[in-house]
Write a protein that binds this ligand. Sequence first.
Ligand SMILES: Nc1ncnc2c1ncn2[C@@H]1O[C@H](COP(=O)(O)OP(=O)(O)OP(=O)(O)O)[C@@H](O)[C@H]1O
Ligand SMILES: [Mg+2]
Length: 259
Amino acid sequence: MSAVVKIEDIHKIYESGEVPVHAVRGVSLEIHQQEFVALMGASGSGKSTLMNLLGCLDRPTRGSYLLDGVDISRLDKNELADIRNKKLGFVFQGFNLLARTTAVENVELPCLYGKQRMSAKAMRERAMHCLEIVGLSNRADHMPNQLSGGQQQRVAIARALVNEPQLLLADEPTGNLDSKTSIEVMGVFQKLNDQGITIVMVTHELDVAHYCKRYLILRDGVVVRDEATLDRSIANVELAKLKQAETAAKLLGAGSTAA
Ligand SMILES: Nc1ncnc2c1ncn2[C@@H]1O[C@H](COP(=O)(O)OP(=O)(O)OP(=O)(O)O)[C@@H](O)[C@H]1O
Ligand SMILES: [Mg+2]
């Protein structure tokens, strides 16, 4: 099987400031279909820079990047935008939903930027399907401020799915969520991954990374570790355990009031 991502000796040097910053220093990496990769490392180690390169939001200073077999370095700005729209989905820490716009309209947005013209009806159907995948079809008409943080992130994931991407890129998707909601969101990612989507996710949290299949650690722009996750966490199992613990706590509470 060909790699979804194949980068070779990629570098990124920011030249904007007084001193150039060599943020990514010769990373080589292959990511195949249905992998689920956590990208970890200290603040400033180059995670977002690498994600921006993977997401074709920025170009490497040198090195090569084949995305699904397409050589990114040969593309102009319009072609890059096009490939982003077709092949990639993005999920951010801050959800980035449009306020005063319903959940389903937020999910439809990327369809508007696609090259192919879609009818309003087809767009709505596709957006509703994606909301269903993340378990939110019953909140389609809600505004973002009428949704919990986890629900907003699920809308953002549905939006990332609407153009049927090959690769989902998420930068700290659970950074603004409490621990239970984080597990729920990881459950959505695991379900999508089981269905064949390739995911790369930046996270600072070890327990969140534990839901991925493989983890990379960056230090000063270099990959210093690249390993399979041993004993991976499964969101449904963890959620069931939490529920059990909550029920037990309630029973105990009830017992002590009765006594
Ligand atoms: N646009 C930019 N111009 C100049 N330097 C930059 C730019 N973006 C990032 N850097 C520098 O590149 C290095 C890597 O930054 P990056 O944002 O990739 O780190 P990170 O691992 O995502 O950190 P964090 O965990 O804090 O988000 C840092 O030293 C940062 O200061
Ligand atoms: Mg970052």
